[in-house]
Design a binder for this molecule. Sequence first.
Ligand code: MG
Length: 156
Amino acid sequence: MRIGLGFDVHRLVEGRPCVLGGVRLEHPAGPSGHSDGDAVLHAVTDAVLGGAGLDDIGTLFPDTDPEWAGADSADFLRAAVERARERGLAVTSVDVVIATEGPRIQPARAAMRASLAELLGLDPDRVNVKGKTLEGLGALAGGAGVAVQAVCLLEE
Ligand code: MG
């Protein structure tokens, strides 16, 4: 067994679509980024790559490369799962914490679990998503951004 850890932070910017975990949320601001800015998919992608010993998302999909401008981050995660599979590793569970005071996470949890489960080829009960506020503390308070942690278990 191997464990991978991923982390990501994005600013929330007025007028950007708010897509997290592959799910469109009703919110006036969305994550900025070269791609679609989906910080949940980026953190999970990095967890998969980390556990498989495969560098990181920035190395595989550089934000200086025009190919990835406006990219659907689901493609990053699918590619990471495939790269892990080529190494004989299967993702068997994922847990995610989303810290933000922007969009409400709780109403979208089930949809995010289903979305991640489909991308990872897992049953939804092997994927968990939790939302946390920031108690009004720090640079992300007041909906200025979103921070995501993800852990991923892989089995040979
Ligand atoms: Mg990112």
